[in-house]
Design a protein around this ligand. Structure first.
Ligand code: NAG
Ligand code: NAG
Ligand code: NAG
Ligand code: NAG
Ligand code: NAG
Ligand code: NAG
Ligand code: NAG
Ligand code: NAG
Ligand code: NAG
Ligand code: NAG
Ligand code: NAG
Ligand code: NAG
Length: 489
């Protein structure tokens, strides 16, 4: 636990050294060659040209936004910016026209070479928005950076289509050219390093979408957010690749801090149930070095699980903390099935197996009936099966009515068919024995038998044995028979 916190502190030391936004430039402003739009909307007094999406303002539509014309002939619209050279893009913050949803289903394309809009259909977009009510603001983070010379916003779902970006912030650095304050070589970000990202909420109404390209979101606390708002943001975003959260007047101009991590997705571990998501204030407070950056609190996040009913933890941890680069601190929990403590009647039987705190699968318990008792139901050996049930029925021992202790084995034949077969077998055996009797032997060897009833004695003895054996067998069932007679079957 202590070690976990130390990890966490070192993580944030790295994180603060790798402060990104205060070092990287806005490529659309600082490294732009040109920008263009599929068509330009004219208000009469104002033109919503492409560059208005790169002027740092977004609030007043007719002065701060780009907007395509109402062109009923085309089922598509686009906006693009081309940089002076190939750049490494880390974050795109898109602010569309407030209260309009005409960019629904839009695509983002980033290419190393300049292309015409009609060549886009052959390319793979880096982002495609699937929100039914598109957010007015989308923040897309490429944690390792994404190289490109040109960026397109493209929409093609209706006729006419509109593209109305009010502001497009593209944060990154330049790889080859020397652009002051914008060189990738000067940037302290290495490819897979953990960096704190943010999204400053532009509007107090509507939604904001956060997206980590190929990674997963991990949200940080904010001093200015209310607890319930933070909780709903965490619920919607934490551990997800993509999330949409409602904004409020309270959240407007606030900054959501997050980082994009490898994993910490909420894995569905076998035989576990989710109990809660916990947040513990780490006691670490940060503020960012520039004026534009605000305070935030780092906190530990953990998930609490439990083993499902009948399951018991045999390995790993039921409390997992999401830490460095998406690794959960703690190991994946392994929950094994167990059977309940078996019960037996200690007056009639003895349990041989020692009681155990857990009875895992394949574990067996054995009993014997006490002296003068014999088993009448169930089985004296029971095994815990893979569903957490004991095999066989619970054994029941009953006091014997006749001297059954003489019998070595307590395996009684209760099935009449089996009994019948056994009798036949015995009869056969006895007949064979009869052949070996001296009378028979003598007869066969033609020696004269003087004794009168040698043969008779042989068969009488044979039948006597059968009767004796059968009576013992029946004897064992007398209590059952008796009960059947008295109480019916
Ligand atoms: C901007 O796009 C329009 C429409 O495709 C095109 O006609 C125009 O030539 C482009 N402007 C520049 C400067 O490339
Ligand atoms: C676009 O123009 C058509 C007529 O040319 C009009 O019917 C429609 O309302 C306009 N749409 C918008 C969104 O302005
Ligand atoms: C900038 O764009 C123009 C055409 O729009 C092109 O002729 C020129 O070569 C570009 N400059 C750079 C540095 O790419
Ligand atoms: C784009 O260019 C960069 C370097 O200039 C290269 O690393 C990257 O692989 C290229 N991307 C594609 C898709 O060709
Ligand atoms: C819209 O554009 C996307 C991306 O280029 C393409 O996959 C899709 O087929 C297009 N849809 C229509 C209706 O043109
Ligand atoms: C928020 O947007 C809804 C429409 O989506 C509108 O009815 C409402 O008045 C707006 N609220 C504020 C405070 O702007
Ligand atoms: C977030 O920060 C606020 C202000 O410091 C604090 O009151 C709140 O408890 C924190 N929330 C969590 C989950 O740490
Ligand atoms: C979880 O259960 C599934 C199906 O029984 C199995 O294929 C998988 O290996 C199990 N995973 C672990 C981690 O035991
Ligand atoms: C996780 O479980 C292992 C044993 O399975 C234990 O040694 C370790 O202390 C636990 N870690 C935490 C953080 O509880
Ligand atoms: C728990 O289950 C795993 C397989 O899911 C098995 O390998 C292990 O031996 C079991 N442990 C016990 C104590 O039964
Ligand atoms: C039998 O079980 C009862 C309670 O279940 C216990 O009090 C008693 O001591 C046990 N007797 C023997 C002989 O184990
Ligand atoms: C008792 O259980 C054992 C093991 O499952 C089995 O071999 C045996 O046939 C059972 N006996 C009866 C009488 O069901």
């Amino acid at each position: 636990m202590l070690r976990g916190i130390q990890h966490f502190i070192s993580l944030f030391t790295i994180l603060m050294l790798r402060e990104l936004n205060c070092q990287i430039c806005n490529l659309g402003m600082d490294n732009r060659n040109e920008t263009n739009l599929s068509s330009v909307y004219h208000y009469g007094y104002a033109e919503l040209t492409a560059d208005k999406a790169l002027n740092g303002n977004y609030s007043i539509h007719h002065t701060d936004c780009a907007g395509s014309a109402n062109d009923t002939s085309r089922p598509y619209a686009w906006w693009q910016v081309t940089f002076k050279s190939v750049s490494k893009i880390f974050k795109i913050n898109l602010i569309f026209r407030e209260m309009y949803y005409r960019h629904v289903g839009y695509y983002v394309f980033i290419t190393n070479h300049t292309v015409k809009y009609d060549q886009l259909s052959g390319l793979d977009p880096v982002y495609h928005d699937n929100e039914a009510n598109a957010s007015f603001q989308n923040t897309i983070v490429f944690p390792g950076g994404y190289y490109g010379r040109q960026l397109y916003l493209f929409v093609n779902h209706t006729k006419p289509s509109f593209m109305e970006p009010c502001e497009v912030e593209i944060f990154g650095c330049v790889t080859n050219e020397n652009v002051p304050g914008c060189n990738c070589s000067d940037a302290t970000i290495d490819n897979q390093e953990l960096v704190l990202w943010d999204s400053r909420i532009a509007f107090g109404n509507g939604t904001v979408t956060l997206h980590c390209y190929k990674y997963y979101l991990s949200i940080m606390n904010l001093t200015s957010q209310t607890e319930s708002e933070l909780e709903s943001i965490l619920e919607a975003c934490d551990g997800k690749q993509h999330c949409t959260i409602p904004t409020s007047q309270n959240l407007k101009y606030n900054t959501i801090n997050f980082y994009c991590t490898d994993r910490c997705v909420n894995e569905a571990y076998n035989n576990t149930i989710f109990v809660s998501q916990l947040m513990t204030d780490s006691g670490i407070r940060y503020h960012r070095p520039t004026e534009a950056c605000i305070d935030f609190t780092a906190f530990l996040k953990s998930r609490e699980l439990n083993c499902s009913e009948r399951y018991v933890l045999t390995n790993g941890n039921l409390t997992l903390q999401c830490q460095r680069e998406g690794q959960w601190i703690g190991e994946a929990p392994v929950c094994n099935v167990t059977c309940q403590e078996p019960i037996h009647d200690n007056i009639t039987m003895i349990r041989h197996t020692h009681p155990s705190p857990n009875y895992f699968a394949d574990y067996s318990v054995t009993y014997t009936c006490r002296k003068n008792h014999r088993i009448v139901e169930g089985n004296l050996t029971r095994v815990c099966n893979k569903s957490g049930d004991w095999t066989e029925d619970k054994p029941v021992c009953k006091r014997c009515e006749c001297p059954c202790e003489r019998l070595k084995s307590q395996n009684f034949i209760t099935d009449p068919q089996v009994l019948q077969n056994r009798i036949k077998e015995m009869e056969k055996e006895l007949k064979i024995n009869e052949k070996a009797l001296s009378a028979t032997v003598r007869k066969k060897t033609c020696a004269k038998d003087e004794r009168k009833s040698a043969k008779g004695i042989g068969s009488v003895l044979g039948i006597g044995i059968i009767v004796f054996v059968v009576s013992i067998i029946v004897c064992s069932d007398i209590p059952i028979l008796y009960r059947h007679i008295r109480y019916g079957p």
